[in-house]
Write a protein that binds this ligand. Structure first.
Ligand code: ADP
Length: 314
């Protein structure tokens, strides 16, 4: 549905997108994740036929962004980071206004606005002036506006930026609901966004794809991923020696904590070592206060992968 090949974009001497490839199949929700300046907005501006690439190609719904830009725009509902909304207009008026811009006649507009009111949960706010709405509700209106011409693809730029936690949850739910009938590409610099809403994540840094996969798959790739912290009553050296003997243990860091030993044990290859550690504790007849399991977050992976790429490029 979206296909980007070898995309390059220079702004003057600045290389913003560096031979980027991206494929989004119909029906997928894909997240472009990257730190500020990574090239997310530039890629989106090219995909929405807002500006041409320096080299490479991009197409949406089979239409090339350079040679068939009108068809590309018709295929995409675009929610920019700040949606153009008129504060003095009421929600219904604004939707009619943009519906007219899309060339919809009154009957078509009424039908479409009715459908979108339902899909985006706008019933309660249709008659309210946009300026009086919360940011979360403005984002719902923005999404409805982006879908007036019923495009198969939605492109959302940082869709939950600036929202409070309740609004974030609601907008994410709405995105997931829209995903039942649309192909969605969203950009974000925050991880929970992709963990919560995307089936696939493409991590970009300095204009290049540095990793991609399902959120779960990416998590698995984090080196020395899971770690168990235990608090046992035994001398530090004994605890360290006993845990280090275990084959699936990669590393043990242990400290004395007022007669107790606090040991942080890292497993090899993501193995869950809680049971093995519990067996060792029982075998040694140590008293034990606490065991906590820490799994690697996608955030750690993201930091690892983007900083590695930065070092390489430096
Ligand atoms: P992101 O959306 O991931 O934050 P951008 O696509 O906005 O990244 O920016 C990628 C790179 O291109 C950055 O180095 C940025 O400074 C540069 N850039 C973006 N827009 C322009 C512009 N209009 N003129 C010059 N440089 C730009």
């Amino acid at each position: 549905m979206i296909r980007v090949q070898n995309l390059v974009k220079y702004y003057g001497p600045t290389l913003a997108v560096d031979h980027l490839d991206l494929d989004v199949e119909a029906g997928q929700v894909v997240g472009i994740l990257g730190p500020n300046g990574a090239g997310k907005s530039t890629t989106i501006r090219i995909l929405t036929a807002f500006m041409p690439p320096t080299a490479g190609s991009a197409s949406v719904n089979g239409h090339d962004v350079l040679t068939d830009s009108d068809a590309v725009r018709r295929s995409i509902g675009y929610l920019p980071e700040s949606t153009p909304l008129y504060p003095e207009m009421r929600v219904r008026e604004q939707l009619h206004y943009f519906g007219r811009l899309h060339g919809l006649d009154r009957t078509a507009r009424n039908r479409r606005i009715g459908e979108l009111t339902e899909a985006c949960g706008l019933e309660a706010i249709l008659a309210r002036p946009i300026g009086h709405l919360s940011k979360g509700n403005k984002q719902r209106v923005g999404l409805a506006q982006a879908m007036l011409h019923d495009p198969p693809v939605l492109v959302l730029d940082e869709p939950t930026a600036g929202l409070d936690p309740t609004q974030i949850t609601e907008v994410r739910k709405l995105i997931l609901r829209l995903a039942e009938s649309k192909t969605i590409l969203l950009s974000t610099h925050i991880l929970p966004e992709v963990e919560k809403t995307c089936q696939r994540v493409v991590i970009i840094n300095r204009g290049r794809v540095v990793a991609q996969g399902e959120p779960e798959e990416l998590k698995q790739r984090v080196r020395s991923a899971s770690r168990v912290v235990v608090d046992v009553k035994a001398p530090v050296e004994q605890v360290k020696a006993a845990f280090e003997k275990i084959q699936s243990v990669q590393d043990v860091e242990a400290y004395n904590d007022q007669g107790w030993t606090l040991a942080a044990v890292t497993a090899r290859d993501n193995v869950d070592i809680r049971e093995i550690l519990a067996d060792a504790i029982v075998e040694n007849r140590w008293s034990f206060r606490e065991m906590t399991y820490e799994t690697a977050s996608l955030e750690e992976y993201f930091i690892q992968i983007t900083s590695a790429a930065n070092i390489e490029a430096a």
